[in-house]
Write a protein that binds this ligand. Structure first.
Ligand SMILES: Cc1ncc(COP(=O)(O)O)c(C=O)c1O
Length: 412
């Protein structure tokens, strides 16, 4: 009776593959896995459980996943040059929650980047931090809005002691002042957490600040944005063993039980790709973002952060308020097969979230399918024709994108 409905789902999946394969994807939090990573998905691991740690499971029959998970942990530690890696969180939000659940008590003060400054929902009242405390204080920003104001922060800290500081964000153009604030945090016993969800692949490739080396106590991240693995999370640290045990318990049983073995296996494979090709990939991502930003700026777009070279990451931000706002630009681009998201910009009121003035663009996925500086120029030109000259460019986008279907920086 329901087989027709089920078949319809299969056809929707084919539609999705065709649609997104024919679009320029510039969502900054996404990426694509390689053909071989996709090939090992759908294995028997998709059906299994393995709670706990390799060699200390609650179920039998886990020897093979034990070997793979141990391998992943070891290589994550060597990639990020750290003592501990928890690879069990099933997403970046779950990784954050594993840490927050151990470190934040009711009433504690937590310092974060505000939403317009780029902070993620999991750092805020409506998200994970809000489950543990309502005392959330935003970092003060420099007048340009793109940096934490360190002097002002230190001044504010004379009047209260936060328990946790969270750096790292979703709208993320420039490094955070980790080395500037880490000594203060150490002196005061403040847990300094760096959320590397967006920049994890750039850190792995040595193209962005290394937050642990700069003094962060803990790094969390998603494994599928600039880090081009399957959709999961990770926690990294050089904490002493006793302190790390708290985080370990936060990951299991605190924030997950079974940890989705199929994507763990896929992440292990992708981590080898990152070890092999990460430096070259991350360099190209940052070069592409800078080039794209420059070309958009030269075409007349209000690209943010000009005075700082536009960007040091995979992201580019544009203020679209003179061109109808971020929401209408994102919709218009989508109708032309270019996928982006609207975004609040620093200092914009929170209640503009559904009519944000900016758009956020990420070049990591298009870099992975082989695009370089000339292609960034072409995309900037398509943006101008679509958003300024109001021309339909969808067919051109499809034709252009058809030439970039292979996933690079991989063993494919
Ligand atoms: C800064 C930041 N942290 C955490 C997350 C959550 O990651 P996930 O979607 O893997 O749960 C995101 C997601 O975009 C993010 O931008």
């Amino acid at each position: 009776m329901y087989e027709r409905n089920a078949s319809h789902i299969e056809s929707l999946v084919r539609d999705q593959n065709d649609w997104r394969g024919g679009c320029i994807n510039l969502i900054a939090s996404e990426n694509v896995t390689s053909r071989r990573v996709r090939g090992i998905m759908g294995s028997d691991f998709a059906h299994r459980y393995a709670e706990g740690h390799p060699g200390e499971r609650y179920y039998q029959g886990t020897e093979i996943i034990d070997e793979i998970e141990s391998d992943l942990k070891q290589h994550m530690k060597s990639l990020f040059r750290c003592k501990h890696a928890d690879v069990r969180p099933i997403s970046g939000t779950i990784a954050n929650d594993a840490v927050f659940s151990r470190y934040i008590r009711p009433g504690d003060i937590v310092m974060v980047n505000s939403t317009p400054a780029g902070g993620h929902i999991s750092h805020h009242k409506a998200g994970s931090v809000g489950k543990y405390t309502r005392n959330i204080v935003n970092f003060p920003l420099t007048p340009d809005g793109w940096h934490i104001d360190v002097d002002h922060t230190l001044d504010l800290l004379k009047s209260f002691d936060p328990r946790v500081m969270i750096m790292g964000k979703s709208l993320f153009l420039f490094p955070e002042p980790v080395k500037e604030l880490a000594p203060y945090c150490r002196k005061k016993g403040i847990h300094l957490l760096y959320d590397a969800a967006h920049v994890l692949g750039l850190v792995a490739g040595g193209q962005f600040q290394d937050p642990l080396a700069e003094g962060a106590a803990i790094v969390t991240g998603s494994t599928h944005k600039t880090f081009y693995g399957s959709q999961r999370g990770v926690i990294l640290s050089n904490l002493d063993d006793e302190e790390w045990r708290k985080i370990d318990k936060g990951a299991f049983p605190g924030s997950s039980s079974n940890h989705h073995l199929e994507t763990l296996v896929a992440l292990t494979f992708a981590t080898y790709e990152m070890l092999e090709f990460g430096a070259e990939y991350a360099r190209q991502v940052v070069n592409n973002a800078k080039h794209f930003a420059r070309k958009l700026f030269d075409s007349g777009f209000k690209v943010q952060g000009e005075q700082f070279g536009f960007t040091e990451t995979h992201q580019v931000a544009i203020d679209m308020s003179d061109l109808g706002g971020g929401e209408s630009a994102a919709r218009n681009l989508k109708d032309n097969r270019i996928i982006v998201n609207m975004n609040l910009l620093p200092f914009e009121p929170l209640d503009h979230a559904t009519s944000a003035s900016g758009i956020r663009l990420g070049v990591q996925e298009m870099t992975r399918v082989g695009m370089k500086e000339p292609e960034m120029e072409r995309i900037a030109e398509l943006f101008k024709r679509c958003l300024m000259d109001k021309k339909f460019v969808g067919d051109e986008v499809k034709e252009f994108r058809a030439k970039f279907q292979e996933v690079g920086y991989s063993f494919d």
